[in-house]
Design a protein around this ligand. Structure first.
Ligand code: ARG
Length: 268
């Protein structure tokens, strides 16, 4: 089971890269809902378009992943989106727009990547990307306690709008409820690392989820003061939006102090 899922995870990451290599098609080109699907707009999966400026810290990475501005010059993404740690000028970060083809898009290159120490394909799915220049947009703070690992979360990304489908040209968003470790472990068994991963989705019915190409993007909610706070990083799942198989996200609170010190080591 564990090996099977490891393979799945790897192929999913490769799939995202392959999809990104193709030119992005307008959302909907390959993303028609099923005939009897009552949802008006397919999205993340089961999502709707985000408004311009709604999630200003949301970025798209050129290898076909998402991310969030942790500082003006550092993006928090998934470890499986990057190849390792070190100098890296090959990633282009697109920010400031919901439409990736907008002429208003801000594009900045990477200079360095820091993959989570000890990452080996299981858990610890986080990485930082240092940018060549700061981007003048709001940042997304990360949860450093477990207080917000509950409730309803928002996810957003430019990934596939249905399992096996095309990437989205526009940023899509959806809300997904927390799924506790016991229920998520019931779906994924020992492939789940409960201390390092947090699950979300409609366990019974499926239908709403992140998917290939959303990886690295944030899962977030409002804190007690009404500000957005990041609780997860899109990591993996069995297929997308399938009943019985919630999305699995890196548990940000577990790694908050490691992320903070890693960002400091990159010079903030
Ligand atoms: N690993 C995928 C990626 O690279 C994300 C998959 C998320 N899957 C899910 N069912 N939530 O984009």
């Amino acid at each position: 089971m564990r090996n099977f899922l490891k393979v799945l995870r790897r192929s999913v990451a490769v799939g995202a890269v392959a999809l990104a290599a193709l030119s992005l098609q307008p959302a909907g080109a390959q993303a028609r809902p099923a005939q009897d699907d009552p949802r008006p707009t397919p999205g993340v999966i089961g999502g709707v378009p985000a408004a311009q400026g709604e999630f200003p810290w949301m970025v798209r990475l050129s290898m076909g992943c998402g991310g969030a501005l942790y500082t003006k010059q550092i993006v928090l993404t998934a470890a499986h989106c990057v190849g390792g740690s070190g100098a890296n000028t090959s990633i282009t970060v697109t920010a400031g727009v919901v439409d990736l083809q907008s002429s208003q898009a801000v594009k900045v290159k990477s200079t360095r990547v820091l993959q989570a120490p000890g990452y080996n394909g299981v858990g610890k799915d986080w990485a930082l990307i240092k940018l060549a220049q700061p981007i003048d947009l709001p940042t997304l703070k990360i949860a450093d306690t477990t207080a917000y690992n509950d409730g309803t979360f928002t996810v957003a990304g430019w990934g596939a709008t249905r399992e096996g489908g095309a990437q989205s040209r526009v940023l899509l968003k959806a809300d997904v409820p927390y799924v506790d470790d016991e229920a998520c472990g019931g779906a994924y068994g020992s492939s789940l690392t409960p201390a390092e991963e947090i699950c979300a989705g409609f366990l019974e019915e499926g239908g709403v989820d992140t998917c290939q190409g959303d990886s690295g993007g944030p899962m977030f909610r409002k804190d007690n003061a009404g500000a957005w706070i990041q609780v997860g990083i899109v990591s993996w799942g069995q297929g997308c939006a399938r009943p019985g198989y919630p999305g699995v996200y890196t548990e940000v609170s577990t790694f908050a102090s490691a992320i903070k010190s890693a960002a400091a080591s990159l010079g903030g």
